[in-house]
Design a protein around this ligand. Structure first.
Ligand SMILES: Cc1cc2nc3c(=O)[nH]c(=O)nc-3n(C[C@H](O)[C@H](O)[C@H](O)COP(=O)(O)O)c2cc1C
Length: 162
């Protein structure tokens, strides 16, 4: 059995790509060790994060998240028990209001602003974004493999006509 905590908070300072990257670097390592999976959305002012894992590690992780000066006004929007994780492939996935993957999903759905959505609908939309991101990464890996394959290719030898 897993527990999922979904919260919203207010960003205190700047939450640009470098801040997020630093956060991601440390949280991924810790979440991986603890079996926590997570997906975060932000719009530069507010954060919406889904954090999931076994109950005791989730409590300590939420304690760490709550202690950070990067945000305040943390409000739990839902705490759910679940059989399956919503983001099984993400130790710390993230998207934001101007992320092309997010925009592609969100514009097609024609919904009110993301943070005004019902919490379960918001999680479903983040799952779609996460799926798009995974597909994009797989395509990138595929094209790198294809490029490397072409680079390593031996020049074609023309068969000599006897
Ligand atoms: C938006 C946000 C999300 C976080 N997510 C996680 C997480 O998923 N796992 C984790 O162990 N810590 C998480 N943290 C906590 C940070 O990894 C780190 O412990 C905390 O930012 C350190 O506090 P400081 O920034 O005040 O030094 C999060 C912090 C913030 C602000």
């Amino acid at each position: 059995m897993f527990v999922q905590t979904i919260y919203e908070s207010r960003i205190t300072g700047k939450f640009g790509p470098l801040v997020l990257l630093a956060l991601q670097k440390s949280a991924i390592v810790r979440n991986r060790e603890l079996g926590i999976t997570s997906f975060l959305y932000h719009d530069g002012e507010r954060i919406f994060q889904v954090v999931e894992g076994e109950p005791d590690v989730l409590t300590s992780t939420m304690g760490r998240i709550g202690a950070s000066d990067l945000h305040n006004n943390i409000k739990a929007r839902a705490m759910l028990r679940c059989e399956k994780r919503s983001f099984p492939h993400w130790y710390f996935g993230a998207t934001h209001s101007e992320d092309p993957h997010f925009l592609r999903v969100y514009r097609a759905l024609k919904k009110p602003p993301f943070l005004k959505l019902d919490v379960l609908e918001a999680v479903q939309i983040l799952q779609m974004v996460a799926q798009k991101k995974r597909r994009a990464v797989k395509m990138d890996q595929f094209s790198i493999k294809v490029r490397n394959f072409n680079k390593n290719k031996e020049p074609r030898v023309l068969l000599a006509v006897p």
